[in-house]
Structure formats: structure tokens, C-alpha cells
Design a protein around this ligand. Structure first.
Ligand SMILES: [Zn+2]
Ligand SMILES: [Zn+2]
Length: 76
């Protein structure tokens, strides 16, 4: 049985890295299958990360002042 190691993010199960197939003696025969071995890596990918970059982004843009709402309305 051939093995192919597939690394996935343990949080969102997105593909992290697909290794090359490790072929056995029966590789290429009819009905022969490649066994996938999933290895989980201990974090999420950038698009499913639990970190919230938008929170840090918003904190820098909006000042915590009393008249922020007036300036915001004037832009519309
Ligand atoms: Zn094989
Ligand atoms: Zn993901």
C-alpha cells in the first residue's frame, strides 16, 4: 500500500501541505489505491484563523471620542 501524507490544519481542516506519494512495490497495478495519511497541524489557516485582524484595524481607525458619529454621518 502506498502512502501519501497530507497535512491539514486541525482547526478548519484546510489543506496545509500535500506530500509526494511514497510508492510501494504494487504501485501502478489495477485496483491499487494510495492510502492517505492525514497529519494535523495545530492551528488554523490564515483565512480561518481565530485571530481577528479587523478588530485591530478598526481600533486604529475610529477614535473613541464623543463626536465621531457626526463625522461619520457627514461622509455619507
Ligand atoms: Zn502501494
Ligand atoms: Zn482554513
Amino acid at each position: 500500500m502506498c502512502y501519501q501524507v497530507v497535512e491539514r490544519y486541525s482547526v478548519c481542516r484546510c489543506l496545509y501541505y500535500k506530500h509526494a506519494i511514497d510508492p510501494c512495490a504494487a504501485h501502478g497495478q489495477r485496483g491499487h489505491v494510495v492510502q492517505e495519511k492525514t497529519v494535523l497541524v495545530g492551528y488554523a489557516c490564515s483565512s480561518h484563523s481565530s485571530h481577528r485582524p479587523e478588530a485591530a484595524y478598526g481600533a486604529g481607525v475610529l477614535p473613541d471620542s464623543g463626536y465621531g458619529s457626526d463625522a461619520y454621518a457627514a461622509q455619507r
